[in-house]
Ligand binder design. Sequence first.
Ligand code: SAM
Length: 286
Amino acid sequence: MSNIKNETEFIMKKYNIKANKSLGQNFLINDSVVEKIIESSNITKNDLIIEIGPGLGTLTKGLLEQAGKVICIELDKRMINILEDRFSLYDNFELINQDVLKVNLHELIKKEKEIGKITNAKIVANLPYYITTPIIMKLLEEELDLESITVMIQKEVADRLIAIPGEKNTGAITYSVFYYSETSKIMEVTKDSFIPQPDVTSEVIKLNIRKNKTIEVADKEFMFKIIKSAFMQRRKTLLNALVNAKVFLNKEEGINILNELSLDINIRAEKLTIDDFANIANKICN
Ligand code: SAM
């Protein structure tokens, strides 16, 4: 019998907690998944761990034992009481009752590093699935001073995030994730590892933030605008999609640019590598 399952049921009963579906509350009850998330996060006493959505504190306990500091960001006030009761004796524990999308993570990390004990910041979370993409994009696009992001999310989204640009199962987001990080799959997690059970299979993935970018692009916002435009009309040829989106002034300019880059004029967005998109952006900017 799982210890964490017993503990979770006990806490839910004690505090009379019913999971709030609209906040993406699916509490983890599988001991080996909890262990694997903590282990794959490679936590040391020099680390600041930011846990998004700690819920009842299932991951938090292990994080507090291994990290220099743990800052939990939780939106649901009911969880705040529980987390304070459980962890206020730990001197490396801090709790923020806010929507993670509104938290200034830059400031948070900077402040902890200035104090001096912390050298790295890492994100660890079993994310609320209704806002997986905005959270991941915030963590990446704000170019936070982070070393890694270890998260559990829906398997379908996870597979898209960690796909290789130019290969199968990609979307515009694949290119953003690839630009900012090196990805790996840690494990798949079945629905029965949670109460209540989610509608979908889950997956733990790890994003190691790149210190040096692998591609050179003069205007990265423009490159990502091109990628988004191309994938919004992914059934069309890249040429037609980018003419429609007014990225290319007209078909003639598009054909010239694709020819100069030795790209087939009938190519579709999903066949392009991130270097291809960077080259297109650089050509238009020149
Ligand atoms: N970490 C716990 C676990 O593994 O059992 C709970 C994970 S549950 C999937 C997601 C958690 O995120 C919930 O506790 C929920 O209240 C919280 N949450 C939902 N939206 C949030 C937001 N915008 N900002 C911060 N936390 C949020």
